[in-house]
Structures are given as structure tokens and as C-alpha cells.
Design a protein around this ligand. Structure first.
Ligand code: UTP
Length: 224
């Protein structure tokens, strides 16, 4: 399968967790061994947000703040590339074309952000569109998507499956509920509505969940 794995900065980098990064490196190797083509997108987590705050204090405009955050996400991508060695391309790709080139050489692709004004969720969906991915797995800091914000409602229920249309409705109805909002960037949802790429949201603190999602087992929330 052609896979895009989004590894949240909230998972591996907030705070920075070398042991978990190592487990993700192993996971990417396993997926490669199983015959999959893999593009992994990593976020910058709290370090990126710290740098955004510094850039803001320095009076830098938003696009410059974003560029700084992208650089941080690329640092994490670089850690992956160094650990993967020959199994991956040497440099962190900075464009969709470079990603396609790297995939052609049968290597594992790992990147951070691509351009200002978007998030790594959107990057993952753009890549999925470009390469015709079979599946996106988003490894995040929650179990999946809930019918209401689990941080505000004790009776919130995790959904095993939701359609993109219903997800769009939740976004519209619950604009104020940041928890639901943050779980998948609305811009990414817009792209997914066009491409119809299957996406599974899983708890990324256990990398095995990504493997389960790839195997089609019931885990997290499947969005179709
Ligand atoms: P993300 O919000 O995607 O990082 O990007 P994350 O840490 O993985 O987030 P979680 O774990 O999914 O919650 C962090 C910031 O980097 C900039 C934006 O400012 C974004 O808010 N960014 C990232 C870009 O400007 N362009 C990109 O392509 C990626």
C-alpha cells in the first residue's frame, strides 16, 4: 500500500521523547519490510510553538513565524532520516516533487512542514493526493474522534467510524469546541472531501496502533 503516516508533534515532541522517536523509526522499518511505500510527516510540537512565540515577540510576520515552525518540524524529520540511514533519502524533502523523487528510489520519505499558512495535517493530505495514497494514518494525542469534546464532557463517546460529511457538520456545529476542531485541520478535511482518501486517527503514544490501522483492524476512528 501507499501510506502517509502523520506523526504528531504532540506525540513525539511535546516534550521531546527520544524513546518514542526510536519506536517510530522501528515502525517505519517494519512497514517498509512489509512492502509498503511510506511517507511520514512529522510535526514540530511544543518546540515549534515556543519558536513561534519567540518570532512573534520579535515582531516577525505570520509567514515568517510559520517558516520558523517548519524548520523545527524539519529538525525532527532529520532525526528520523539519520536513524533510518540508507533506508531513507538523505535530505528532508521541501516540495511534493522531491517527495515523489524520493519514493521512486524506493526509500522511506520523512518530512516536516512544506509551506507557510498550513499545518502538517494538510501536508499529509496534499501528499496523499499527489501520490494517490491508499491510506493516511494520523498518530495523535487522543484516542480518536469523539461525539463531543472529551475534555469538557465526561460522557463523550469515541466514534469508531465517521463520514467526512458528518465530520464537516461537527466542525460547523461545534466551532467553539476546540478539542474536536484540533483533531483534524479543517483545511485537510476540505482536501479529503475531494480526494476521498481513507484516514484513520489513532492514539500515537502507542506506535503499534499505526500498524493495526494499516492492517485494517479496529482502532481509533476511521474517516471515510
Ligand atoms: P502542526 O500544528 O502541524 O504541528 O504545525 P504538530 O506539532 O504536529 O501538531 P499536532 O501534533 O498535529 O497537534 C505546527 C505549525 O507549523 C507551521 C504552522 O504554524 C503550524 O501551526 N506549519 C507547519 C506551516 O506553516 N506549514 C507547514 O507545512 C507545516
Amino acid at each position: 500500500m501507499k501510506l502517509v503516516v502523520k506523526i504528531g508533534g504532540s506525540v513525539i515532541a511535546s516534550p521531546i521523547n527520544p524513546e518514542l522517536i526510536q519506536r517510530y523509526v522501528e515502525l517505519l522499518k517494519t512497514l517498509k519490510n512489509d512492502g509498503h511505500e511510506i511517507v511520514a510527516v512529522v510535526g514540530g510540537g511544543s518546540l515549534a510553538r515556543e519558536f513561534i512565540a519567540i518570532a512573534k515577540k520579535l515582531g516577525l510576520k505570520e509567514s515568517a513565524q510559520d517558516e520558523i515552525a517548519i524548520s523545527v518540524s524539519r529538525l525532527f524529520a532529520q532525526l528520523f532520516l539519520k536513524k533510518l540511514g540508507k533506508l531513507s533519502c538523505q535530505d528532508v524533502p521541501a516540495s511534493l516533487e522531491q517527495i515523489v523523487q524520493c519514493l521512486k528510489s524506493e526509500k522511506i520519505v520523512v518530512l516536516g512542514g512544506l509551506k507557510p499558512g498550513i499545518t502538517t495535517d494538510t501536508v499529509a493530505t496534499m501528499i496523499a493526493e499527489k501520490i494517490g495514497a491508499d491510506l493516511i494514518v494520523k498518530a495523535t494525542d487522543q484516542e480518536g474522534i469523539y461525539n463531543k469534546d472529551p475534555r469538557m464532557h465526561k460522557d463523550a463517546i469515541k466514534l469508531d467510524h465517521i463520514s467526512l460529511e458528518d465530520l464537516t457538520q461537527i466542525f460547523k456545529l461545534d466551532k467553539h469546541k476546540a478539542g474536536i476542531h484540533q483533531i483534524l485541520d479543517p483545511e485537510a478535511v476540505k482536501i479529503l472531501r475531494q480526494t476521498r482518501t481513507k484516514i484513520v486517527i489513532v492514539n500515537g503514544f502507542n506506535p503499534k496502533n499505526v500498524l493495526l490501522a494499516v492492517k485494517g483492524e479496529k482502532v481509533g476512528t476511521l474517516i471515510t
